[in-house]
Design a protein around this ligand. Structure first.
Ligand SMILES: O=C(O)CCC(=O)C(=O)O
Ligand SMILES: [Fe+2]
Length: 338
């Protein structure tokens, strides 16, 4: 299998040309790398967060289970600890749950949810990291607005202003134990094939821990996504960004919410972190006004949207306009049976 040719884009000097590059990658691969400018999300902060994650997941299950996902203690729906095999991202394609653990943390507004140690004692670091991730997402959303020539270039960015109300945004730490620790060798897939539920996802992985693959919209094959696509020129890995379902809805399917999965490539233990950026709950998922969309090939977009509707369990081509919260509730229902 060939690596993808996902571009690494430097957005430190935003311009119309940079915006165009972001749109191009988002509408062909649904994935792009952002060169780490060393400022917005520093490599040191990423390292510190990985150390914290390692420390947390090494604690015993009893300790972690006190903050089990969806429990009141963990702050409610979609927050807290997911035990080994506790969820399946591809319920139709898998017999067992994904061989991984996760911990979900909601936005810090109005306040950070209750956390177990050692996360609780590092809450300033977590908060800082969440805010930095959100800032980067807002920069990317602004570039997409610019490139799509929406009447208000801040159309997407303003709908992600978390100070204005609740949203489904989640910061997630993930731990995939090594093959020998996983309870069954029949597990081939570490995270089942899925698309992400929000607008944008930032993904942090570690060199030497491969496994992420995307289902190429053009070749319709699984392609590995390298951690650092050009290690000789980039001293720290770029930040991987992928488009989620909501930007696909907003753009009539022009932006690709590309299906991806994690396999046992190598089989060693693996840590990753994902920042799932969601708009405000009330945001309406209607196609945005955009001259660029109007000029595009609508049929490709419609095919992408058919896939989206299938994932939501909806049939037929027509459906009313969902809000971001209605969309998320449907996806969580499919994942967790809530
Ligand atoms: O662990 C990874 O590299 C990817 C995880 C992922 O795609 C997800 O949690 O949505
Ligand atoms: Fe994902």
């Amino acid at each position: 299998m060939e690596d993808t040719d996902i571009p690494v884009i430097d957005i430190s000097n935003p311009s119309n040309d940079v915006a165009r590059q972001v749109l191009e990658a988002a509408s062909t691969h649904g994935f792009l790398f952002i060169k780490n400018d060393g400022v917005t999300i520093t490599p040191q902060d990423i390292d510190d967060m990985f150390k914290l994650s390692r420390d947390f997941f090494s604690r015993n299950d009893e300790h972690k289970a006190e903050y089990a996902i969806h429990s009141d203690k963990a702050g409610g729906i979609n927050r807290g600890w997911v035990k080994m095999a506790g969820e399946s991202l591809d319920p139709e394609g898998q017999q067992q749950g994904d061989p991984k653990e996760a911990f979900n943390i909601g936005p810090p507004q109005p306040h950070l949810q209750p956390l177990p140690t050692p996360l609780s004692t590092s809450s300033p670091l977590i908060l800082h990291f969440q805010n930095a991730c959100h800032k980067l997402c807002t920069q990317i959303l602004s570039l997409l607005g610019t490139a799509l020539e929406t009447p208000d270039p801040a159309y997407f960015a303003s709908r992600h202003d978390q100070s204005k109300g609740p949203s489904g945004t989640i910061f997630r730490m993930l731990y995939y134990p090594s093959t020998s620790t996983a309870s069954s060798t029949s597990f081939q897939i570490r995270a089942g094939a899925h698309s992400d539920y929000g607008s944008l996802t930032l993904l942090f992985r570690l060199p030497g821990q491969p496994g992420l693959e995307l289902f190429s919209p053009s070749t319709r094959t699984w392609v590995p996504v390298p951690v650092n696509p050009s290690p000789s020129t980039l001293s720290s890995p770029p930040i991987l960004v992928n488009i989620g379902d909501l930007l696909s809805f907003w753009t009539g399917g022009m932006l690709k919410s590309t299906v991806h999965r994690v396999t046992f490539s190598g089989g060693g233990e693996r840590y990753s972190m994902a920042y799932f950026c969601h708009p405000l709950d009330e945001a309406r998922l209607e196609r945005v006004e955009s001259r660029v969309l109007d000029a595009g090939d609508g049929e490709k977009g419609r095919e992408e949207l058919r896939g989206q509707r299938k994932r939501l369990g909806l049939s037929g081509d027509e459906m009313g306009i969902l809000t971001a919260k209605e969309h998320l509730d449907r996806r969580l229902k499919v994942t967790y049976g809530l």
